[in-house]
Design a protein around this ligand. Structure first.
Ligand code: ATP
Ligand code: MG
Length: 260
């Protein structure tokens, strides 16, 4: 579908196009469309811009990835459709492994998502070779599969758009978990060590810029950033941000546009 450039919501429509196209290519699961819609609703509440608290969350996340022994970025179908080039670039600058990890796991889908990442420049995508499969016992059936070379041995895992159950399970097996989720109330956000309340399409490119700055800092400086970060303080700040934005709109800033 061709989206007219002057459409007032052209950007959002282009992103929808990426997701629906991803579904037709079997990269995105049907439920991925619903997850996307929930994300869009929360993004409307944020004002569809990166708020300052998210920069703080992203900075702490990058610092933690840079001091990790074995960082892994877990990729699902939505992320592979929305920002494949940027997620590969982020993994590269953070010296992180990339692992395909799907909620609705099917061998063929896993291979398609892997190919998408490879087309975007990824060289060694994990999560797709049966001989390296192992499982997280805290989870049921297909959702428990992880790669022995990746999430299984990782100390820090970045999971954009993860499900709450898996975030909890990763915490229970001792991983430090960073998530990107527009919903500050989701179990995912509440269970992570660092929750980034932002759209993955803005957060990932911004994290690349932050990483190129933080890469020059010493491990001690990075450790200080991580240690002074308080996840719940920032999650609460995200709620205050949304409520005060809505209050301002409710008390007068929301006006009917003039017809010209
Ligand atoms: P949880 O399982 O964590 O309790 P949930 O069941 O409500 O959350 P899921 O469907 O498991 O939600 O996960 C989808 C999440 O991804 C939603 O919380 C949604 O806000 C978020 N999301 C969707 N699209 C984006 C996006 N582009 N950027 C950031 N977050 C997104
Ligand atoms: Mg869920």
């Amino acid at each position: 579908m061709k989206i007219p450039k002057d459409h007032p919501r052209a950007e959002s429509l282009c992103v929808r196009e990426l997701i629906t196209e991803g579904m037709h290519q079997n990269i995105v699961a049907e439920a991925g469309l619903i997850a996307h819609g929930r994300g869009e609703a929360f993004d409307y509440l944020l004002g569809e811009k990166t708020p300052s608290f998210a920069i703080e969350q992203q900075t702490a996340a990058v610092a933690l990835m840079l001091i990790a022994e074995n960082p892994v970025i877990s990729v699902n179908g939505n992320v592979a459709s929305l920002c494949p080039d940027k997620i590969v670039e982020l993994a590269d600058i953070l010296a992180s492994k990339l692992e395909v990890n799907l909620f609705y796991r099917r061998v063929e889908r896993s291979a398609i998502v892997t190919r998408k990442l490879e087309e975007s420049g990824a060289e060694n995508v994990l999560g797709n070779e049966e001989e390296f499969y192992t499982s997280i016992d805290e989870l049921s059936h297909s959702r428990r599969v992880v790669d022995k070379r990746g999430i299984h041995i990782a100390d820090v895992v970045l999971v954009p758009l993860e499900d709450g159950d898996r975030t909890m399970a990763l915490r229970k097996i001792g991983k430090r978990v960073i998530t990107i989720d527009l919903n500050p109330l989701s179990r995912t956000s509440i269970w992570s060590n660092i929750s980034i309340v932002n759209n993955v399409t803005r957060a990932v490119p911004e994290m690349i810029n932050i990483a190129s700055e933080l890469k020059n800092k010493s491990k001690d400086e990075l450790r200080k950033i991580v240690e002074s970060f308080d996840n719940f303080k920032l999650l609460k700040e995200s709620l205050t941000f949304i409520t005060s934005r809505l209050t301002k709109l409710a008390e007068g800033e929301l006006k009917q546009p003039k017809i010209e």
